[in-house]
Design a protein. Structure first.
Length: 632
């Protein structure tokens, strides 16, 4: 895990590349506290920088930027290639290596295969590689988007970085809010790729590569081969074995490291399975980490984590978060998040990463992904059932749907039912992946008429339509499966845009690399190709995964009620959130003209009187205010 940066001058200019890249590196020191390097090619107007967290080949031989002196190519690389040793044996037996770093493997594979080498990489990565013979800069990002990458072309320069805050160090970068992205953020609480909150700056698409020349971006295309595949299995037991064996392989690959590997252990199914498989792969000490909340039993799974730690003989560490810890941390989140994400469930990741750092662990495995890939949420089952009624209601005449929408909007304007009748009337999908922020009815009451005019004609539903189109492309002619639509969209939205973002930022705030075995791209393809009937069966969510894990986990872990990795924001921070909005909303609105102040104040009043239904809306506003103050 590292930070990468670069500036490619597309036109002759006065930019001092060394100073520009050094400033970017300094801003990403937290991503790579062990080493940093800069390479300047004045002839071609190119500067590359990297900050290093040493995990593979801790010696100076792993220093970056790294050069292939034979081909005269140079790379800066962030992430890990988990199958690099396999690739060395398969394709590079006759090569002489100067290190045992996976970075060198990429350089040699590129010399051998060119861009086709991307198909061979199993890992999490973002890199920039200078091809000296073609005079081209190649950038690429892994299939799930585990490693971040941003880019922009401004003022005659193509610039890129692992984090936005490094780009902001460049004097020619303009920070201007994209109103349409802000409008969508209020619905989803995240910013969807390829957008950022800043006009002219983009998130690099997962599973894509880019070629940049002096003429600008020459190509920007997908290398992701994620498609629905026909699985061959003759029995449920055979399908269980397919799932288990792929997970076992994924964990084994992700334990490759020259430093100790720990694990985040919540005590739920997914993290418990990871720890069990880690123990099968090493006799050495495994450090596990979990978070609890002081005097909040409804948010704690400590006893289950303790049970798994004892069963698999790990050295287990617990951080009990107090109200003071939470309140001290909340203002820091906008320093860490240069891109807004108003997801309170992310906050425990900060404390568990802090705990791992204190115990000198740099690499941890986590259980991100299977709830989305295997349908682990109880509301997925509710969506499937409710969708059948929604389909019937879609056949009603438009005037009838309009009457129903008007009636519900009058008696329950902020309710989920109001949201459903509104979608029905507007001929929209029943399910909006990741729409955990403001309901559309609430949003359109709370934003100002001025802001509505600025985004006139734009709909947050566009994101759902695009995801649906992508899902049909993934199906590649296979029949539509509603459960797998929920899983696919959950993977694309919650996993890529939310979980991986928070794991990267909150982990790297403590120089912690998080690895996600369930998000091995082969595991993702397998999971999304399993028929939905094996994911919700006999009233059991995540059915086939749980059946596959019966061989290593006890039933009271596998089949207990799911809690989730949440925190007591309502119990501990409601007053802080309330005061933060009340004291700052007027100035914020002078700057942005975003909100209808009367509606915000009405929701604040309702929250103060004990109505918790507006906690999430007020939290979103609170986060946005603090984020804006930090970055503008």
């Amino acid at each position: 895990m590292c930070g990468i940066n670069g500036v490619f001058q597309l036109a002759s200019g006065s930019t001092h590349l060394g100073d520009a890249v050094a400033a970017m590196n300094k801003k990403l020191a937290h991503r790579g506290p062990d080493d940093n390097g800069i390479w300047i090619n004045e002839t071609h107007g190119l500067g590359l920088g990297q900050t290093r967290l040493s995990i593979l080949d801790l010696s100076s031989a792993g220093h970056q930027p790294m050069h292939d002196f034979e081909a005269k190519n140079t790379i800066v690389f962030n992430g890990e290639i988990f199958n690099f040793q396999i690739l060395n044996q398969k394709f590079l037996k006759d090569e002489a290596f100067n290190s045992h770093s996976d970075t060198e493997t990429i350089l040699k594979l590129y010399r051998k295969f060119g861009l086709d080498m991307l198909q061979h990489l199993n890992g999490m990565f973002a890199f920039a590689l200078w091809d000296a013979s073609k005079e081209e800069l190649i950038l690429a990002r892994d299939r799930s988007g585990k490693k971040p990458l941003y880019f922009t072309e401004m003022n005659g320069n193509f610039s890129f970085s692992s984090e936005l805050k490094a780009l902001f160090e460049l004097p020619w970068i303009k920070k201007e809010i994209d109103d349409k992205v802000l409008y969508d953020f209020l619905t989803y609480n995240t910013v969807a790729t390829p957008n950022t909150m800043f006009k002219g700056i983009e998130k690099f698409k997962p599973g894509h590569y880019m070629i940049v020349t002096k003429d600008g971006v020459k190509a920007y295309e997908s290398f992701n081969d994620l498609k629905h595949k026909n699985l061959k299995f003759s029995s449920e037991k055979e399908l269980e074995d397919l799932v288990f064996n792929k997970l076992e392989e994924s964990v084994r690959l992700r334990m490759i490291s020259d430093v100790p590997v720990g694990a985040f252990l919540s005590g739920g199914v997914d993290s418990s399975a990871i720890v069990a498989l880690m123990r099968d792969n090493t006799p050495n000490e495994i450090k596990t980490f979990t978070v609890g909340f002081e005097n909040q039993p409804n948010y704690n799974e400590l006893q289950y984590a303790d049970k798994i730690a004892k069963r698999y003989n790990t050295n287990h560490f617990i951080k009990e978060v107090t109200p003071k810890d939470l309140l001290d941390f909340i203002p820091k989140i906008t320093d860490i998040y240069d891109e807004p994400q108003a997801d309170t469930t992310a906050i425990p990741i900060y404390f568990i990463s802090q705990l791992a750092k204190e115990e000198n662990i740099k690499v941890v495995l986590n259980g991100d992904g299977p709830d989305e890939l295997f349908s682990g949420y109880s509301n997925y089952e509710r969506y499937v059932k409710t969708y059948q009624y929604f389909k019937l209601a879609k056949k009603a005449p438009k005037f009838a749907k309009g009457l129903a929408n008007s009636f519900v909007d009058k008696i329950k304007p902020d309710s989920p039912l109001s949201e459903m009748t509104n979608r029905l009337y507007n001929q929209q999908d029943f399910y909006w992946p990741g729409a955990g922020g403001m309901k559309e009815g609430v949003k359109n009451k709370i934003i100002s008429s001025h802001f509505k005019n600025r985004v006139y004609g734009h709909s947050s539903y566009n994101y759902v339509k695009q995801l649906k189109q992508d899902y049909h492309q993934f199906l590649d002619g296979h029949p539509f499966d509603y459960i797998n639509w929920l899983c696919y969209s959950g993977y694309r939205q919650a996993v890529t845009e939310k979980f991986l973002f928070r794991a990267d930022r909150l982990g790297m705030a403590h120089s912690i690399e998080a690895r996600s075995p369930f998000l091995n791209h082969e595991m993702v393809q397998l999971a999304l190709s399993i028929p939905g009937e094996y994911k919700i069966k006999n009233g059991v969510n995540k059915y086939i995964l749980k059946k596959s894990l019966e061989r290593i986990l006890p039933n009271d872990i596998l089949y207990r009620n799911k809690m989730g990795f949440n925190l007591p924001i309502r119990e501990w921070a409601k007053e802080t959130i309330y005061n933060g909005v009340k004291d700052n909303i007027v100035q914020f609105n002078r700057d942005t003209n975003l909100f209808n102040l009367a509606e915000v104040n009405a929701q604040l009043k309702s929250l103060k009187e004990g109505n918790d239904q507006y906690t999430n809306t007020i939290w979103t506003i609170y986060f946005l205010i603090n984020w804006y103050k930090k970055w503008f």
